[in-house]
Ligand binder design. Structure first.
Ligand SMILES: [Zn+2]
Length: 115
């Protein structure tokens, strides 16, 4: 099932854009649930791994198993949906040290939250 994306969603998800910081309504969501790929619906992140990074983008310290693929993007590492290839964001090595040490910096517009 592929969702019809609007123009803003296409810009981020299909053209590797970046949403404006602090623009996502998923940024401060603290409910329990799962974050899915907006394009194909694959489950990507558990709310338990979400944390406040202060960067302005929804941040996670881990992904669900095999949910994403990583590929080099200049000096950064791009994170894409392993099912449909949607651009999600980037992963950095400055995440919480008591967890994985990873910071998945994800565009909220590429995600859909399900309680
Ligand atoms: Zn997907």
């Amino acid at each position: 099932m592929t969702k019809q994306l609007d123009e803003k969603e296409q810009e981020v998800i299909e053209q590797c854009g970046t949403e404006k910081p602090f623009s996502s309504d998923l940024l401060d969501i603290e409910k329990e649930g799962v974050f899915k790929c907006k394009k194909c619906g694959q489950e990507l992140f558990d709310s338990e791994t979400k944390y406040k990074s202060g960067t302005g983008w929804p941040s996670f310290w881990d992904t669900l198993e095999d949910a994403v693929k990583k590929q080099p993007d200049g000096r950064r590492t791009e994170v894409i949906c392993s099912n449909c290839g949607a651009h999600l964001g980037h992963v950095f090595n400055d995440g919480p040290e008591d967890k994985t040490g990873k910071r998945y910096c994800i565009n909220g517009i590429a995600l859909e939250f399900e309680k």
